[in-house]
Design a protein around this ligand. Structure first.
Ligand SMILES: Cc1cc2nc3c(=O)[nH]c(=O)nc-3n(C[C@H](O)[C@H](O)[C@H](O)COP(=O)(O)OP(=O)(O)OC[C@H]3O[C@@H](n4cnc5c(N)ncnc54)[C@H](O)[C@@H]3O)c2cc1C
Ligand code: FES
Ligand code: FES
Length: 1335
């Protein structure tokens, strides 16, 4: 068996084709196999750890027992190829394509504008496809659950949900010409503005779902499963041997022979250890074909479930039991079901096993506390026989450790039925409602003496409060033998406080919060049981009316979204697409997986892969880089250090130099030191891990803004803006208030990590660079300077990028330059695709900001003076920080005319990874500080915040604080319309009543405005060029300097070309953005891409159209094609360049005045939230946004930008939290630790209205830039939460301003509520915390 040397062959079917794999390597994942071996690149890499869903595929298997076929969505990144013998894999390419036919799942996500950058789209498609294979008429709950494990950073999910809603039996979206919509009045009739145009999509146009058309399960696999003599399989890889036994006997033997070998089932734990912790298991045992592990037996005394059953299977088994057994027997089953809904995403639950979850013994396993509380036991087998082991307080002995011996195998789990008088409950809190490991999770059980409320038995297990599942023994002792009432529980809380001790350094941090959660979850259990006793007629009390909100869940049903925008004029010809909601030009190929991203470019002969070595020290001297071990490792070709750089060794973006590779000193953890190039990614990665760098720590380390200020560690110059006389005004005001606001950083979390491929042409030192960048010219120059060659030898090519948000501006050029050095030195093509963890560590994110304010105001709320100081944490390099701090000052007035306003901004130089550009470029941080200041003023005056905002608005023709003239009329229109659309007055009143009636749930509503300057604020960066070719057949190829990153620039440009040349969209193509076609491009950023490039393209089209005029005049009835043919014969050039010089914009920082923008985009947003005061969890109940985008070139695309930016803002201000260790090492390096909004975070009602009748003389076709401004409006959720928290604080007698920093995570929100539970937690003793308090 194990001695067998030869690897077996593996048979799988991929998209209906049989594939026999000889020499399968156990380290090969399905994702790698699909992408690298089969070139099926539709399935993407996003995180490698099961957390993002972009690698979702469907795996189908035949079940010999039931003779049925099971379809499962799974994460290909965690699935070892060796696990798939006998399975059929369906990828996005297998269900439809543009050459044959589209699948309805692909068509609908595309046609309902559910795809922007498209990187997440294949994963979404496959999750939905699998759902429909199993359930052709799903419910909305099925859909949100199926998509719960798929992240999207662009769309805000609303269009995806609404698109897929069309598969539901009873979808009732007005846009589908069906029953009611959000805008219907009480009689059900629509109250739509005349301008409203509901043509986003029409259900009638969709392909019907026809299950008979689906790919059939390969009959050969059925025959294989039914007839073939199954044998033990062995796969021998470079480092690992994989053994897959058939019988239990063999398995037991193997376990005895290799006790240290893991049992790999779902691989969701072992896989992560191998990938992220570098754990090596020379032998792996995979018993997925051992039938005994999957047996399920229902007996009167309980349920026996095979340890190999997946969590999805466990769930269906439990659901069946709950339906068929009396309620009194199903308490534990129901509690487990409650937990199972939340474990990972669907893809994880489909593979992760019950046994794996138990044995992994995660400290925050959701199942273990319930299984332990529910008196479960394990049937364990060794070669010496079987044994039953109780899963109780003695079972878990440490982090990832149980009392099981290495050779013990868990065969099954016994879950007893609950008894009469027994109540079992599972409660958890996680940083995100779905697909997030719990912060604290519990399983609690209480058993009463017959017909009484006196407790006979109790158990309470907590996860997330220590190294392993914890039994609250002392607390239980306070309860047993006593009646279930408040007095007993008060004793219990006290005992719990004493026994759940978390040191300040406890892994995971959040010490106060976690401790308070143990109490509030116990309280929730108490209420639950109280109601049970009432329902059983044991007591007459039940849950008091005012406490009911303690057990009621937050609302969660997502309604269809509503969008409204202006129709094009009736006179506009049908063919003219400008102003119409045209599909994103690549939406369909995104959905079929045919769109090509950087890493989808096929491998080139001789290609190498790069892996980087980063600093492990925050500030240290490099003593030695020992490359010898790395060079000796298999496949390694070379190691690249700073010494290998032939040209300039640094980059400089705003004046300060940034080394490409550190040579003598490192200044943050994550700084790049050297790189390894090898024949495969795996070899490069292993060698990089083996490479030794020795350091000598330097004493000075600066992490916080306070430390930087204290040591005057700044990048100069500081910036300052002043209007009026602040000091004088402070002497005249009625009140003065001082406060501060911290806005945390944010990770871009574009789904496509930074990627590049550099190909030396081997002739005249030419280099071709294919990459994912917003700024190809910057990369071109950077590569040229790094290699010491002229820029004309370097061409940069960007076809599309899978999201960027500012993160692929400067950093991409540094990464590409390092890759270019490797290609230069080895004279071979070199590819580098960053892993998610590397990307998060190296490339930095949004600047964390500390804002301090002093505000002077009158009794009527008019703010007369404000003095603001912004400190931005720039990190270890300046990058673009100086521009960011300028933008912060420029945007500090938001919509408010504060007559005496003084602002200063400073860039702190710290030993953290360098911050960089991020959507909004300082604006979202800046406005947050000011809005918080206004909120404080409102609280001090006891006045609603929106009234305070209105009172301070700019009115009439105005001057900004830097003396730019503008008229705020459209801002006021957005504000008023938003108020009206959102029914603000009525809902504010309803909220007051709600808050009076509910102690533990509070609602809040907030309305915020934004006036956002569009463009770079620098005339040089606002130029653009274009090149338009018309070919002899009449087709048109457009090149321009803008990058397609999901924002739809190419689609809008096509629309512009279509109008100018008067030809259909189908004749126009944009292939890529390339520095050889259009030189000296400016970055695609600052919401200015279409403004600039649209104008350049327009200019080129004008030239061409004029050239064709004589021909058109001669033959007015001719076709476009005939004119072009004629023009060629008449030797008229059919190629033209276009140029846009941009407007004269800029700031004079000496004079503190200027006109940095030509125009503003205005908007207003109203959000309402419901907050759970016991856990700090919240739900956005409704959001209404009114935006002035001028005359939208493409309303669907603009609304997509609005919804996506809003969700990114919601993430910034309420969820996304970066944490660093006290030594400056980033903890949050993937979706497991860093939570971006998911489907569950979409506002339950999400309505977007584009302001009608707006014009903009400064941009193409009267449109306005929209990419960034709406991020700021995510703050409406923050302030709605703050209002809800204020209501909770009022209940405990607190009033007035209070600190709540951004993001308002559940931890911050819960602690700010200051409930009796948080008050019970004593202050933690001083010590080194697990995570630093930043910024
Ligand atoms: C993205 C993601 C999200 C997650 N979210 C949650 C969550 O919200 N809540 C939660 O509780 N968990 C969560 N998990 C953890 C997940 O539930 C566990 O990793 C999973 O249940 C382990 O099962 P597996 O089959 O994948 O184990 P594997 O990785 O295959 O094995 C894990 C360990 O269990 C041992 N083992 C497995 N089966 C047996 C057996 N029969 N006998 C003896 N030893 C055995 C193996 O030797 C190995 O040491 C998440 C995991 C991921 C990747
Ligand atoms: S890449 Fe597989 S889940 Fe992220
Ligand atoms: S479209 Fe979803 S990540 Fe870009």
């Amino acid at each position: 068996m194990a001695e067998k040397k030869q690897s077996d062959s593996l048979i799988i079917f991929v998209n209906g084709k049989k594939i026999t794999v000889s020499n399968a390597d156990p380290e090969t994942t399905l994702l790698y196999f699909l992408r690298e071996r089969l070139q099926l690149t539709g399935t993407k890499y996003g995180c490698g750890g099961g957390g993002c869903g972009v690698c979702t595929v469907m795996v189908s298997r035949y079940d010999v027992q039931t003779k049925g076929i099971h379809h499962l969505s799974i994460n290909a990144c965690l699935m070892p190829i060796c696990q798939l013998h006998g399975a059929a894999v369906t990828t996005v390419e297998g269900i439809g394509n543009t050459k044959t036919r589209l699948h309805p799942v692909q068509e609908r996500i595309a046609k309902t504008h559910g795809s922007q950058c498209g990187f997440c789209t294949p994963g979404m498609v496959m999750s939905m496809y699998t759902l429909l294979r199993n359930k052709p008429k799903p419910t909305m709950e099925d859909i949100t659950e199926a998509l719960g494990g798929n992240l999207c950073r662009c769309t805000g999910y609303r269009p995806i949900i609404d698109g897929y809603r069309t598969f539901c039996e009873n979808d009732n979206c007005c846009q589908l010409n069906n029953s009611l919509c959000l805008m219907s009045n009480e009689n059900g009739s629509l109250e739509l503005d005349k301008n409203c145009q509901l043509d986003f999509f029409n259900k009638e146009d969709f392909l019907p779902l026809d299950p008979t058309q689906e790919l059939i399960f390969p009959p050969e696999l059925i025959r294989m499963a039914e007839s073939q003599e199954q044998t033990t399989q062995m796969f021998q890889g470079e480092r690992i041997t994989w053994i897959s036994p058939i019988t239990l006997g063999e398995l037991v033997q193997l376990k005895a022979q290799y006790p240290q070998a893991p049992i790999v089932m779902g691989n969701t734990n072992v896989g992560l250890d191998i990938k992220f912790k570098g754990v090596l298991h020379p032998i792996i045992i995979s018993p997925t074909r051992v039938g005994e592990l999957f047996e399920v037996n229902q007996k009167p005394e309980g349920l026996c479930i095979g340890a190999g059953c997946s969590l999805s299977t466990v769930r269906s088994v439990l659901e069946r039991c709950v339906c068929s057994l009396p309620v009194e027997h199903t308490q534990t089953y129901a509690a487990l079901l409650e937990q199972l809904r939340h474990v990972g995403g669907q893809q994880i639950r489909n593979v992760a096993t019950l046994g794996g979850n138990i044995v992994s013994a995660y400290p925050n396993s959701d199942l273990n506390p319930v299984l332990a509380a529910g008196r479960c036991s394990l049937l364990v087998q060794t070669k010496d026989g079987k044994q039953e082991i109780p899963l109780d307080k003695n079972f878990f002995v440490g982090f990832g450790k149980t009392i099981l011996k290495p050779d013990q195998l868990v065969l099954s789990v016994f879950i007893p039925v609950s008894r009469k008088g027994e109540v079992v409950c599972a409660l958890r809190h996680a940083p995100r409602k779905e697909n997030a490991l719990a912060t604290v999770t519990t399983g609690m059980r209480v058993w009463f003496h017959d017909g009484s409320d006196v407790v006979k038995e109790m158990s309470a297990y907590y996860g997330g409060v220590g190294a392993c599942t914890f039994s609250a023994e002392r607390m239980i002792q306070q309860v047993i033998g006593r009646p279930w009432n408040e007095a007993t529980l008060n004793e219990a809380y006290r005992a719990l406080v004493d026994e759940v001790i978390l040191e300040v350094s406890a892994p995971g941090g959040k010490v106060m919060f976690r401790r308070s959660l143990t109490l509030s979850l116990l309280f929730r259990f108490y209420l639950h049981v109280l109601q049970y006793l009432k329902d059983m007629s044991v007591t007459g009390v039940g849950v008091p009316e005012d406490q009911r909100s303690g057990v009621r869940p937050l609302p969660c049903v997502i309604e269809p979204g509503y969008q409204e925008f202006q129709e094009v004029a009736e006179v506009q010809v049908e063919q003219d697409p400008v102003g119409r909601s045209k599909l994103h030009r690549s939406a369909i190929t995104h959905a079929t997986g045919e769109s090509v991203y950087c890493d989808d470019i096929p491998h080139i002969q001789g290609e190498l892969f790069l892996s980087v070595v980063t600093s492990t020290r925050a500030h240290a001297k490099i003593i030695q880089i020992d490359v010898s071990r790395a060079l000796d490792m298999p496949g390694v070709v070379d190691v690249i250090t700073a010494k290998d750089i032939p040209g300039q060794k640094f980059r400089s973006f705003t004046g300060t130099e940034e080394e490409l590779l550190a040579e003598h000193e490192v200044t943050c953890v994550g700084q790049m030191v050297c790189a390894v190039v090898a024949d495969t990614k795996q070899h490069a990665k292993l060698a990089a891990a083996a490479l030794k760098v020795s350091y000598e720590d330097l004493p000075e380390r600066i992490f916080t803004i306070e430390e930087a200020v204290e040591r005057q560690s700044f990048y100069l110059p500081h910036r300052e803006l002043q209007r009026g006389d602040v000091d004088k005004a402070f002497q005249e005001v009625d009140h003065i208030h001082e406060g501060e606001m911290r806005v945390g950083g944010q990770e871009h979390f574009y789904l496509e990590t930074q990627s590049m491929l550099v190909v030396p042409v081997r002739e005249q030192k030419e280099m071709k660079v294919y990459l994912s960048s917003q700024n190809p010219t910057c990369t071109q120059i950077s590569v040229a300077e790094t290699l010491g060659i002229p820029a004309n030898r370097v061409s940069c090519h960007v076809k599309r990028i899978g999201g960027a948000f500012g993160g692929k501006l400067t950093k991409a050029s540094i990464l590409a330059s390092i890759t270019a050095v490797a290609a230069w030195k080895t004279d071979r093509p070199v590819r580098w695709v960053l892993e998610r963890g590397e990307d998060m560590l190296i490339t930095g994110g949004r600047h964390p900001v500390l804002g301090k304010y002093k505000v002077g105001f009158m009794n009527d709320g008019k703010i007369i003076a404000a003095d603001i100081q912004y400190f931005a944490s720039a990190g270890n390099t300046a990058d673009e920080t100086l521009l960011v701090i300028e933008k912060m000052l420029i945007h500090m007035d938001i919509a408010y005319n504060i007559p005496n306003l003084h602002g200063q901004s400073m860039a702190c130089n710290t030993n953290l990874p360098s911050s960089t550009a991020f959507r909004g470029f300082g604006g979202p941080q800046s406005m947050m500080v000011i809005e918080n200041m206004i909120n404080d003023v409102a609280m001090l005056l006891g006045c609603p915040a929106e009234e305070m905002r209105e009172r301070n608005f700019y009115k009439g023709l105005s001057l900004t604080h830097y003396k730019m003239e503008f008229h705020p009329e459209n801002l006021h229109r957005c504000w008023e319309e938003c108020k009206e659309r959102a029914e603000f007055g009525r809902r504010r009143q309803a909220i007051v009543e709600f808050n009076q009636q509910n102690r533990w749930k509070k609602r809040g509503i907030s309305l915020v405005p934004i006036k956002y300057g569009i463009g770079f604020g620098n005339a040089v960066l606002q130029q653009a060029a274009a090149l338009v070719h018309i070919y002899k057949d009449g087709s048109v190829l457009v090149s321009h300097g803008g990058i397609e990153m999901g924002q739809g620039i190419h689609t809008k440009v096509q629309q512009i070309v279509s109008r100018e040349l008067n030809i259909p969209l189908s004749l126009i193509h944009i292939s890529e953005t390339c520095t050889s076609a259009v030189p000296n491009t400016c970055p695609t950023a600052a919401s200015f891409g279409t403004d600039a490039n649209g104008m350049a393209v327009w200019d080129a089209c004008q030239t061409l159209y004029k050239r064709l005029e004589p021909i058109r005049k001669k033959d007015p009835n001719g076709s476009w094609e005939s004119w072009i043919a004629k023009a060629f014969v008449e030797r008229i050039s059919l190629s033209a360049t276009g140029f846009y010089r941009g407007h004269e914009v800029g700031m004079d920082w000496q004079k503190q005045e200027g006109r940095p923008f030509t125009y503003f985009t205005y908007a207003a947003c109203c959000s309402e939230v419901e907050l759970d005061c016991l856990t700090g969890e919240y739900r956005t109940v409704r959001t209404d946004i009114v935006v002035d985008v001028g005359k939208s070139i493409n309303p669907a695309i603009d609304i997509g930008q609005i919804e996506g930016a809003f969700m990114q803002g919601l993430g910034l201000y309420t969820m996304e939290e970066l944490t660093f260790s006290p030594s400056g090492s980033l903890h949050t390096r993937g979706p497991a630790q860093y939570k971006i909004p998911a489907v569950c975070d979409v506002p339950l009602q999400f309505n977007v209205y584009l302001l009608s009748g707006s014009q903009n003389p400064y941009a193409i076709h009267s449109s306005k830039g929209i990419g960034e401004p709406i991020v700021c409006l995510g703050s409406s959720v923050f302030f709605a939460m703050k209002e809800a928290i204020t209501a909770a604080r009022t209940d405990v007698g607190l009033s007035g301003p209070f600190p709540l920093h951004s993001p308002a995570t559940p931890e911050r929100a819960c602690l700010a509520c200051n409930t009796c539970f948080t008050q019970m937690i004593p202050k933690t003793k001083a010590g080194t915390p697990w995570a630093m308090e930043l910024p």
